[in-house]
Design a binder for this molecule. Structure first.
Ligand code: PBG
Length: 325
């Protein structure tokens, strides 16, 4: 019996060797914390399917943003839950709507120490729970929705957001948002485009987080989980329309899409480690079935390894702590 010619195990022998040859790093400044704020809330309201995550009050949201600064995070992504929802999601474009007020609050709190981002979509604001306005037959009307997105983008920019995050998967949304921002002289407000966003069962807990009343599904606008090339195409279109950052969502089941998009475009790529991915790890860990902290770090490392420059994750604050150890 001969000796192996090559012994990859040599570089795994000590922690110092492993650290030296590690190919992928996760750093706090690459992480973005999604935050929910609920209109009229007087106490932070726990979200049962997302242990440790809450619907914030305007006050507790500011504290969470300050914690994000202290932890050295890259940014926060804000979601608003209005008290009253209606067919056109009018709370989204109202300058006094909860999300626009929350942007102003957070920007006042953190200044330019943190990148402040906001979800630009109607599903949190509509009584039917779809990401756009409906036509008389009950279908999501792409082009009428674009008009609302344009107004929503301008309201968010006026509130001071750094990056708007169009996430409704309407055709042409990035171009329309860019034109609307520029026309109002918000040329410095950027776009983080949810480019390759799939019709995923892993958004389940998010529906509870934003009190969504969605009936049916989003398959006429979000992508089929079977399609990788289509994700690359959507990312390329968004770059052509003016996206500053493109995003793939969800992350864990779509690492091949993250990798393909990273190869295809020359802007930063983000990936969203979504609510259902978070809930799965939390639930298994609560049963003692997996090592929670190791699973969190492995998840984030895998998403970075696939090619994501930025990771949106509900674990951002905790991961920053774990990474300091
Ligand atoms: C749309 C939006 C959703 C999520 C982020 N932005 C829900 C959806 O498209 O159905 C999901 C995020 C998560 O599951 O963590 N406003």
């Amino acid at each position: 019996m001969g000796f192996p010619d090559v012994r990859p195990r040599r570089l795994r022998r000590t922690p110092a060797l492993r650290r030296m040859v590690s190919e992928t790093e996760v750093a706090a400044h690459q992480l973005v914390l999604p935050l929910f704020v609920r209109e009229g809330a007087t106490e932070p309201n726990p979200i049962a399917s997302m242990p440790g995550v809450v619907q914030h009050t305007r006050d507790s949201l500011k504290k969470a943003a300050a914690e994000a600064v202290a932890a050295g995070l890259g940014g926060v992504m804000l979601f608003g839950i209005p008290e009253h929802k209606d067919a056109t999601g009018s709370g989204a474009t109202d300058p006094h709507g909860i999300l626009n007020l929350a942007i102003t609050d957070v920007v006042a709190e953190v200044g330019d120490q943190l990148t402040v981002m906001s979800d630009l979509c109607l599903d949190e604001f509509t009584d039917h729970g779809h990401c756009g306005v409906l036509d008389p037959d009950g279908n999501v009307d792409n082009d009428r929705t674009l008009e609302v997105y344009a107004a929503m983008a301008v309201a968010q920019a006026a509130a001071g957001v750094d990056l708007v995050g169009p996430s409704g998967m309407m055709d042409g949304q990035v171009g329309v948002v860019r034109q609307a921002l520029d026309a109002e002289h918000y040329t410095g407000t950027g776009i983080l485009a949810y480019s390759a966003k799939y019709a995923s069962a892993f958004f389940g807990p998010f529906r509870e987080a934003v009190d969504s009343s969605l009936q049916g599904d989003r398959r006429t606008y979000q992508q089929d989980p079977a399609n990788r090339l289509e994700g690359v195409r959507e990312a390329r279109l968004d770059v052509a329309e003016g996206a500053d950052i493109v995003m793939v969502k969800p992350a864990m089941g779509y690492l091949d899409v993250v990798s393909a998009v990273r190869e295809a475009v020359d802007v930063p790529v983000a990936a969203y480690n979504v609510s259902g991915e978070f809930a799965m790890v939390e639930a298994a860990a609560a049963h003692g079935w997996i090592d929670r902290e190791a699973a969190i770090l492995e998840t984030l490392t895998s998403i970075r390894r696939a090619g994501a420059d930025v990771v949106l994750t509900y674990w951002a604050l905790e991961a920053a702590q774990l990474l300091r150890r």
